[in-house]
Design a protein around this ligand. Structure first.
Ligand SMILES: [Zn+2]
Length: 117
């Protein structure tokens, strides 16, 4: 099932800061609970949060997110990924404002305990 209007979340995947949910987020939460290493689950679930104020993200990012759709997924995803890379600093600043307690690193990736990082 594809969401008509993808909703933006922080940390759907541990290496990504900002992503649209392509299916109901409860499916991803269930997957994390069932498939990920137990030691990673609390951090993954704690950091997976909805973007509270997508309207405060850079305009280009919002436009790229709005263009994501099932008909042209690969191309629109590339544009979205490229746009978020270019605006990373502003996106990260927004993230830190919304969830100051998030433990992700400066690259927006989750850090799991005991991984030697
Ligand atoms: Zn974070």
């Amino acid at each position: 099932m594809f969401m008509k209007k993808p909703k933006l979340y922080w940390h759907i995947h541990h290496r990504s800061l900002l992503e649209p949910a392509t299916e109901p987020i409860r499916n991803r939460i269930k997957f994390i609970r069932e498939e990920k290493y137990a030691s990673e689950v609390p951090i993954r679930l704690e950091c997976l949060k909805p973007v509270k104020r997508p309207d405060l993200l850079p305009r280009e990012v919002r436009l790229a997110a709005a263009k994501l759709g099932p008909n042209d997924w690969d191309a629109s995803w590339c544009v979205f990924a490229d746009t978020t890379r270019r605006h990373f600093k502003r996106i990260m600043a927004r993230h830190r404002k919304e969830y100051p307690k998030c433990t992700c690193d400066p690259h927006g990736q989750l850090i799991f305990p005991g991984y030697g990082r």
